[in-house]
Design a protein around this ligand. Structure first.
Ligand code: GN1
Ligand code: MG
Length: 366
């Protein structure tokens, strides 16, 4: 991210005032995110500047179109509900002087500028029951507002994103190629990947069920929801790059993955990685407080399975990237992806252990 003239990039967007600075922001693994400060009539105003990773998102323009459609749809719902402070409850993209919602630079990189939400915070792991309930409710609301959005209108920004079979074959291929010479020494993790392969059968069996395609978020990590600094209320769902057709189980699954563990996804001490059932229950309550009447019986009955699928998928995605030499996720040290994979396998073991209780609790709540 060095030697980029951010001031010049931002000059294409309709922002008034004086540019102060742009600094890296957040903990995303794919796109570059910056916090930009402007001075407007003696006040500091903040924006989020995002460069979309064009190697991961082959057609960045589709993300921009999806984001505009989805945020407008949500804004209409908020207005109908006579909600206040709309700009804190849905992302607002800033337009450019030539009437677009992104600026494309000379490298064909896409940049978006988003209004920053003040007096709000995010966490990398849930600290309190209230955070679990409120953050889950925010994701539930997001899904509820989009439940009447025409699925066919939204673009697929990454093909096969949550296709477990595809992720497994990528893993098998990476193993065979061993391109970064990292396969020896990770026998234990390879065994784990094989041990849990049965989850693919559960994934395939879903095709026979009433699980309708919806517009889903597909990256419902706990740090993708902004909470109100004063009240901890779930304010706004962010990181809309992977909003596209999907199934609700994946969103629920990624919430379990990132809400229930008391440690971040790259915690090295796997003793610290497990499902906190009290947090899980708060999360389910918050989520279903918005969605109980919207989801089908098959969706509700398979939410817990979504957690197994997504955590297994994430474990093999990290492991695959480790084997391939860290070509996909940003890493801070050579073993980073391996540590993440070990962490996710530990979480998966805990999900297996608690699965009946997880499932029963949802059945009780329906
Ligand atoms: C990536 O970039 P970020 O942190 O929002 C990834 C997700 C993974 C996540 C793991 C487009 O999300 O699918 O679950 O890392 N996004 C993409 O933390 O691959
Ligand atoms: Mg993301």
């Amino acid at each position: 991210m060095k030697n980029i003239n951010y001031k010049k990039i931002i000059s294409h967007f309709k922002v008034v005032g004086n540019f102060i600075d742009a600094k890296p922001y957040g903990s995303g693994h794919i796109n570059d995110t910056l916090l930009v400060r402007f001075e407007q009539e003696g006040k500091n105003v903040k924006y989020i500047l995002r460069k979309i990773n064009k190697h991961v998102f082959k057609k960045p323009g589709l993300i921009v179109e999806n984001t505009v459609m989805v945020t407008n749809h949500i804004k209409d719902k908020l207005k109908k509900n006579k909600e206040k402070d709309l700009h804190r409850k849905v992302l607002s993209l800033i337009d450019t002087f030539d009437g677009n919602y992104s600026y494309i630079d000379t490298n064909k990189d896409y940049w978006c500028l988003i209004l920053f939400i003040d007096d709000a915070y995010t966490v990398d792991f849930v600290e309190t029951k209230k955070q679990a309930y409120e953050a889950a409710k925010a994701f539930g609301k997001f899904q509820k507002y989009l439940s009447d959005f025409d699925v066919l209108k939204s673009h697929v920004t990454i093909e096969n994103f949550h296709n477990l079979s595809n992720r497994i074959s990528n893993f098998d291929e990476a193993l065979k190629k061993n391109s970064a010479n990292r396969v020896s020494g990770i026998e234990h993790e390879i065994n784990l990947a094989n041990k849990y392969r049965y989850i693919e059968n559960d994934f395939n069996a879903l095709q026979q069920k009433d699980i309708p395609p919806r517009i889903t978020h597909n990256d419902t990590k706990i740090n993708n929801v902004m909470l109100d600094s004063k009240t901890d209320e779930g304010l706004c769902v962010v990181d809309l790059d992977t909003v596209m057709p999907g199934i609700i189980l994946n969103d629920f699954g990624d919430m379990v993955r990132t809400f229930t563990s008391p440690a971040a996804e790259d915690e090295q001490d796997t003793q610290k990685v497990f499902v906190r059932m009290d947090i899980y229950k708060e999360m389910v309550n918050g989520y279903l407080s918005e969605l109980n009447n919207i989801l089908t019986g098959d969706e509700l009955n398979n939410l817990a399975l979504g957690a197994k699928i997504i955590v297994y998928e994430q474990a093999i995605r990290f492991l695959t990237d480790y084997i391939e030499g860290d070509v996909y996720y940003k890493t801070e040290y050579p073993e980073h992806n391996l540590i993440r994979a070990k962490n996710q396998f530990a979480l998966l073991a805990s999900i297996e252990k608690n699965f009946d209780e997880m499932q029963n609790f949802i059945e009780k709540m329906i």
